[in-house]
Design a protein around this ligand. Structure first.
Ligand SMILES: *Cc1c(COP(=O)(O)O)cnc(C)c1O
Length: 530
């Protein structure tokens, strides 16, 4: 590794070592707007700085005197434009939803309408502080309440815990509600049943909450084995966690029968609602007997994944679970109105509307949750309206089925025989030439200019590829993707060895992913040692 470059400018070396488009190599390693960028430690020097700070003067006898470091801290210094350019250049080597099609299944990477951003940035929303007096944030609380109202309405549920910060956090919230409800009736159940096709966060959540996790097998059609589930139900089962639509991209048509059986056995039904995008406006989980379900606002309701802070995973609750939800309560009263209830009013609200004493399990977060996500999600809902949201799910499902049917003659589609898929299409690596893997195909897609689909998930399919187009992609975009996907799939089947070293045209070629995971270099010193 080079010592920090003291001389300022130095020619960089082309990452791939050769021109990418058949033209001559360049001196800088740049190819027009494809700009190479070295590590900040290589371009910065400890003599340069973007800000001028006065020397620290610490008087004699000051107790801080002994704490002054005598060695240089050796941070790479850059002027402000150099720092800005460094990170801007790096950001241009990244792929994002605003740059191209993002077929990542199980993640719903949908377009984030600019209207959402405009509303979220309105000073009255963007600048609220959680410690402001309540009287000064009535409007913001009104927005949370309005969003709560629509979440309850769209899901046919009774209450909603708004504060969880993501889907997985919502799962934890739901399972803690279930535990509180069971404890309230003195019922110490220990087991949570999770179907094989569940998202990985489901068993993780149940285990984290202290439950023993048991698997329920899937049928050959990729759905929950209802008979196996019924056989396993008993007085030790606290809950069943079901992803619907499931991670094979299929709707669980037996959901009502599953819920009835679980309730009959004294347990609760947790539904992982991360795939709500496929059924919003068409199916209300409350009608299917669900007791708790998280909704990823950053998937179904178009808020950015992690953008501007954490995501948001409100949990809708059935009438039976609503009294056990965390504070602040948001619940529907007999007159159909949804109320956001803070700590000071919780006791009287519980008495009046839940018909009993306070039974909440505590709080999930300090305040109300992620305001920026609430404003974005509500903007999205109101700009679509009821008919628009219904069309969202129809178009998402149509697009996924278009891809499924356009690919099934070149790629193994294990559940294509089970009827239409929901919002994502699932493929496996059966039929690939010896030595070519799903990973190789994904790297080939990078060369074609696409972020690859989700790989090796769900686990029930060998070499799985899970493709989710979402509703906002045009037919032209999807057709172009299908052409690229088909060509890479053909190469995988034909045993095209160049796939094994792909990507060939990305800013970096194939990385050693095992090394990156097992021996991550987390500091410049670490790099030096290598
Ligand atoms: C994304 C997802 C989750 C987890 O949600 P996060 O917001 O990422 O925590 C859980 N289940 C399913 C099916 C998902 O797709």
């Amino acid at each position: 590794m080079n010592a920090p470059n003291k001389s300022g400018w130095k020619p960089t070396s082309p990452a791939q070592g050769a021109p990418k488009h058949g033209g001559p190599a360049t001196t800088t390693g740049n190819y027009a707007l494809m700009l190479e960028e070295d590590l900040i430690f290589d371009i910065g020097t400890s003599d340069t700085t973007g800000v001028d700070l006065p020397d620290a003067v610490i008087g004699e006898g000051n107790r801080l005197a002994g704490m002054i470091r005598d060695d240089a801290i050796d941070l790479p210094g850059l002027s402000e434009p150099e720092a800005v350019r460094h990170y801007t250049r790096l950001s241009r080597q990244n792929y994002g939803i605003d740059l191209g099609f993002f077929p990542l299944g199980s993640c719903t990477m949908k377009h984030n309408p600019r209207l959402n951003e405009k509303v979220a940035r309105m000073p009255g929303f963007a600048d609220v502080h959680p410690l402001q007096p309540v009287d000064t944030v009535r409007g913001a609380l009104g927005v949370i309440n309005e969003l709560a109202h629509w979440l309850i309405k769209l899901t046919g549920m009774h209450g909603v815990a708004m504060s969880p910060k993501a889907g997985a956090h919502g799962e934890l919230c739901g399972i803690l509600c279930i535990r509180a409800a069971l404890e309230a009736r003195g019922d110490a159940r220990e087991v949570v049943l999770v179907p094989e096709s569940a998202h990985g966060t489901n068993p993780a959540t149940a285990a984290f909450a202290g439950y023993r996790v048991e698997n329920i097998p899937a049928t050959s059609g990729g759905r929950v084995d209802l008979e196996a589930l019924k056989t396993r139900l008993g007085p030790d089962v606290a809950a069943v966690m079901i992803t619907n639509p499931n991670t094979c991209g299929l709707f669980e048509p037996d959901m009502r029968a599953i819920s009835d059986a679980v309730h009959e056995a004294g347990g609760f039904v947790y539904c992982d609602g991360a795939n709500f995008n496929a059924i919003v406006g068409r199916v209300r989980p409350g009608d299917l007997g669900v007791d708790a379900m998280h909704i990823n606002l950053h998937k179904t309701f178009s808020t950015p994944h992690g953008g501007g802070g954490p995501g948001s995973g409100p949990v809708v609750l059935s009438e039976a679970l609503s009294p056990f939800g965390p504070l602040p309560y948001t619940a529907r009263t007999a007159d159909g109105v949804v109320h956001l209830v803070e700590e000071e009013d919780a006791e009287s609200f519980a008495k009046e509307h839940f018909g009993g004493p306070l039974q909440h399990f505590g709080r999930m977060t300090a305040f109300h949750g992620q305001m920026g996500m609430y404003t974005r999600a509500l903007t999205y809902m109101l700009s679509h309206g009821a008919d628009g949201l219904k069309q969202v799910s129809e178009d998402a499902v149509l697009n996924a089925n278009y891809i499924l049917r356009a690919m099934e003659d070149v790629l193994h589609a294990p559940y294509a025989h089970s009827g239409p898929c929901m919002h994502e299409a699932l493929f496996g690596d059966k039929g690939f030439a010896e030595g070519i893997s799903t990973l190789d195909l994904a790297k080939g897609l990078i060369d074609e200019g696409y972020h690859p689909m989700t790989m090796y998930f769900p686990l029930v399919v060998h070499g799985a590829m899970l493709v989710e187009p979402t509703e906002t992609e045009s037919k032209a975009t999807i057709d172009q993707f299908i052409t690229a996907f088909r060509s890479v799939a053909e190469r995988a089947k034909a045993g095209d060895d160049s796939l094994k070293t792909a990507p060939h045209y990305a800013p970096r070629s194939r990385l050693d992913e095992t090394m990156a995971a097992r021996k991550p270099l987390l500091s410049y010193t670490g790099l030096d040692a290598e």
